[in-house]
Design a protein around this ligand. Structure first.
Ligand SMILES: Cc1cc2nc3c(=O)[nH]c(=O)nc-3n(C[C@H](O)[C@H](O)[C@H](O)COP(=O)(O)OP(=O)(O)OC[C@H]3O[C@@H](n4cnc5c(N)ncnc54)[C@H](O)[C@@H]3O)c2cc1C
Length: 425
């Protein structure tokens, strides 16, 4: 039996749960994460000396998982500050950063979570405009809300959660602009699991007590910089209104962060958690366990375990959440002014896209247009570029697997110890 470790990319709920199952089956596991501390999106840890703002439910879940990790002793090695670069056709994996190495693990579990979707709007690249996820990171790591007037806009339950968190920290947002109408379907909402209803009710109560208006069925159409502040032009069901604020956090849902992760014939590669299917924290934990157990059984030649019922439950709940937040916001893309930036990395605009002519090929979009070619490798712009370039035809494959999965400096490549030398593969 090979003594090479199974490599798990991502020390969030899914990655760590998978690592525990693999270690319980007696397999050595290396967990690599580009962040400095484990936790992922939900359990992001505060900076040293800062109190945690996590809820009691979150604290219990995280403490339980970390106890499981610690119980496995040396069978699980955590390599923080270590990024996954890619895997080649021989099964050689490149890690960069603190735990840099080029080596052949026994198998690979990719648990890189979800990415935040942010639909382009005029002014969305102005200073003071960020994603809801980045503002949430600030709250979790620093336990403080930013000063000044904050507007949350887009669509999805994260906006309500973030608004409630800002209110709890004493600085509620001036408003939440939600494209859907999640509160207009109370009977349908009763189909959600009790834990969702309790969480949602807590958020709404906190927002109500703080006097935060929720502008449902409304779209943040454009953002302008004026006199040191930001002016948000909002299309509401009653017409356009403008709000002057200091900071805007945008969020249009989440999607799997699996762009650029190739399939590899030379070693088993499984995906786990939000990276496989973005279904939230409860599903990520259950799916991590299930994928870890499935891989362990495969490597040890044992029968495959049954699928995790919790993942199916969360899939149904998330589908209902999506229906409650449904809106036609994407149709607004076609009306974007020509100078709206689509690709932030390379500052490519709607006009740059139109200059490629009707129905550009993926190759034209990438090589001539430079869309989806910057450091984010299309994670943020590929979806919008594809929708704008060919609204009526199937999506171009702008987010197709690529190696490396993220830009890597030549100096880092040269400094990486190569442990594949002399290996027969
Ligand atoms: C911005 C944002 C905010 C969210 N907030 C909430 C919330 O408040 N509540 C909630 O229930 N759910 C939230 N979610 C959903 C959340 O993704 C899941 O509920 C849960 O965190 C998924 O767990 P996971 O282990 O699959 O992924 P994650 O917890 O996201 O963990 C993935 C890990 O992979 C690492 N990683 C990614 N790429 C690489 C790479 N190339 N190399 C090395 N490491 C890498 C990341 O650093 C991260 O630690 C949020 C999602 C996003 C995108």
């Amino acid at each position: 039996m090979s003594d090479a470790p199974v490599l798990v990319i991502g020390a969030g709920l899914a990655g760590l749960a998978a690592a525990v199952e693999l270690a319980r089956a007696g397999l050595p596991v290396l967990v690599a994460d580009q962040a400095q501390t484990p936790g992922g999106a939900v359990h992001r840890q505060p900076l040293p000396g800062v109190r945690s703002i996590a809820s009691p439910v979150q604290r219990r879940r995280w403490a339980g998982l970390m106890a499981d990790v610690q119980a496995q002793g040396t069978r699980i090695t955590l390599s923080m500050g270590t990024a996954f670069g890619g895997v080649d056709h021989t099964g050689a994996v490149l890690l960069t950063g603190a735990g840099a190495r080029l080596f052949r693990p026994r198998a690979l579990i990719v648990a890189t979570g979800a990415r935040e979707r942010v639909q382009p709007r005029p002014g969305w690249t102005l200073p003071g405009v960020e994603t809801a996820g980045s503002l949430q990171t600030r709250l979790k790591t620093l336990a403080e809300a930013p000063e000044g007037r904050v507007l949350l806009a887009g669509s999805g339950p994260l906006l309500l959660a973030l608004g409630a968190e800002l209110a709890r920290l004493g600085r509620p947002p001036v408003a939440i602009v939600e494209a859907g109408r999640p509160l207009s379907h109370p009977i349908a909402a009763l189909g959600l699991p009790m834990s969702y209803l309790r969480e949602g009710a807590e958020y709404l109560l906190r927002l109500k007590l703080a006097g935060v208006p929720i502008l449902a069925g409304s779209h943040l159409a454009a953002i302008r910089a004026e006199g040191g502040a930001l002016v948000a032009d909002i299309d509401t069901p009653k017409g356009r209104r403008s709000l002057t604020v200091d900071r805007i956090a945008l969020h249009d849902g989440i999607a799997s962060n699996d762009i650029g992760l190739p399939d590899c014939p030379a070693l088993p590669v499984l995906r786990a958690g939000d990276c496989r299917e973005a279904l939230g924290a409860r599903a990520a934990l259950a799916d991590g366990r299930a994928q870890g157990a499935a891989l362990a059984a495969r490597l040890l030649g044992q029968p495959q375990p049954a699928p995790a019922p919790e993942v199916a439950r969360q899939r149904a709940a998330q589908a209902l959440v999506a229906r409650l937040h449904a809106h036609d916001g994407a149709s607004r893309l076609a009306a974007l002014p020509g100078d709206t930036v689509i690709c932030r990395c390379e500052a490519r605009t709607v006009n740059d896209l139109r200059a490629l002519g009707p129905d550009p090929t993926d190759r034209q979009l990438r090589l001539d247009g430079r869309f989806s070619m910057g450091p984010c490798q299309g994670r943020f712009c590929a979806e919008w570029t594809a929708r704008l370039a060919a609204p009526d035809t199937p999506k171009p494959r702008l987010g197709a697997p690529r190696w490396p999965a993220r830009p890597i400096a030549i100096a880092d490549l040269l400094a990486t110890p190569d442990e594949t030398q002399g290996d027969p593969a």
